[in-house]
Design a protein around this ligand. Structure first.
Ligand code: TXA
Ligand code: MG
Length: 337
């Protein structure tokens, strides 16, 4: 990336604009956290509802500390171990963090991305960058600069091209709650960093912790049932013996009973299926994660599928497949058991 382009991006961010930046997970639509105008533009550009909080990206631990009122030993340990990388820590927010970013929550999501362009941009700006994935709300996340350009075509959005994303799925979101005795950890969104990775890392620390399921939906407002959706219906099939004819017939029947919109995401209605295409993923989970979003886009935009289907196999129940299956389940219009 030439320095000139980075400087122009910094200039735009200072002027209250949004800029798309690469990270190792997916491309983000960034704004400087001290620009209310920029933050508002993130929501309006994405058509994102204000109830869904943004992740704040930093380029150092020092910068992360300015965003929270409690940089406790657990935060420090996890940041030291997993940053830069695909782990977002949900911590008590500092007063200085604008409520718009956190959707009025008392917590803030922070992560240090593992991508030299994102890190240089934040460094040059000297202000953390709030960035959700650079796609329209509820839709498939972008894993290349061209995905972002296509999604916001004609809007004059500056996109910093950092090549294809290495991880390909959004970061693991970890809520950390401190009690008198220990830390409670809840994975709000699965990602490349697995629960077993966290457990393994923490086993060499002296920190006391337990994993708990978060039972308070208000603490995880972005975890909707429908998300990451491609332009055409996608069906997950659990029954291996179900043939395509039957899948198509059942789909058309079910589609006629669906509402037009679920959780702010509109579902495309279809009355016939002419070009059904199967989503095929590599057998290795990291490769599958890297390719998932671009494959979904390719099948729809280049191969012109009007219906997508995916057969779920036994191997997909393993822990390392959790994030891919989470995204596929949320991207699916419905699941055929
Ligand atoms: O890998 C990623 O995390 C990418 C790249 C660009 O960093 N970003 C991303 O942002 O996926 P977004 O906005 O698409 O998803 C952020 C998720 C949402 O589900 C949001 O609800 C959750 O993080 N989140 C952010 N702040 C939170 C908070 N204070 N409490 C609970 N959840 C939070
Ligand atoms: Mg997103």
């Amino acid at each position: 990336m030439n320095d000139n382009k980075l400087e122009r991006a910094v200039h735009l961010l200072r002027a209250g604009e949004v800029v798309a930046m690469p990270t190792e997970t997916v491309y983000g639509l960034g704004a400087a956290i001290d620009s209310v105008e920029g933050i508002n533009k993130i929501f309006s550009t994405k058509k994102r509802p204000f109830f869904d909080p943004l992740i704040v990206h930093v380029s150092s631990k020092k910068m992360a500390k300015t965003l929270t009122s409690d940089w406790h030993p657990m935060a420090d340990f996890l940041a030291e171990h997993f940053w830069p990388g695909p782990l977002t820590l949900i911590l008590p927010k500092a007063d200085s963090v604008n409520q718009l970013i956190t959707s009025g929550l008392s917590t803030v999501g922070i992560r240090m991305p593992k991508h030299s362009i994102a890190l240089s941009l934040i460094d040059l700006l000297s202000v953390p960058i709030a960035a959700p994935s650079a796609n329209l709300f509820g839709k498939t996340s972008p894993t290349s600069a061209s995905h972002v350009e296509k999604e916001f075509e004609g809007q004059g959005l500056m996109v910093l091209d950092g090549g294809p994303c290495e991880v390909g799925l959004e970061s693991t979101v970890l809520l950390i709650r401190k009690t008198q005795e220990h830390y409670q950890l809840s994975i709000l969104r699965s990602g490349h960093v697995l629960r077993s990775d966290l457990e393994k890392a923490l086993s060499v620390s002296r920190l006391k912790f337990e994993f708990v399921k978060n039972n308070e939906p208000a603490l995880a407002p972005g975890q909707l049932k429908h998300h990451y959706m491609p332009e055409v219906p996608l069906v997950l099939i659990k029954n291996k013996s179900m043939k395509l004819d039957e899948v198509v017939a059942t789909t058309l029947n079910k589609m006629s009973h669906l509402p037009a919109e679920v959780e702010s995401v509109s579902l495309k209605k279809i009355s016939q299926i002419k070009n059904p295409l199967m989503l095929e993923l590599p057998e290795e989970s990291h490769l599958a994660a890297r390719q998932l979003y671009s494959k979904l886009r390719e099948l729809v935009e280049i191969k012109k599928a009007d219906f997508l289907y995916f057969y779920r196999q036994e191997i997909h129940s393993a822990e390392e497949w959790e994030s891919v299956m989470d995204r596929l389940t949320k991207a699916a219009t419905f699941i055929l058991e």
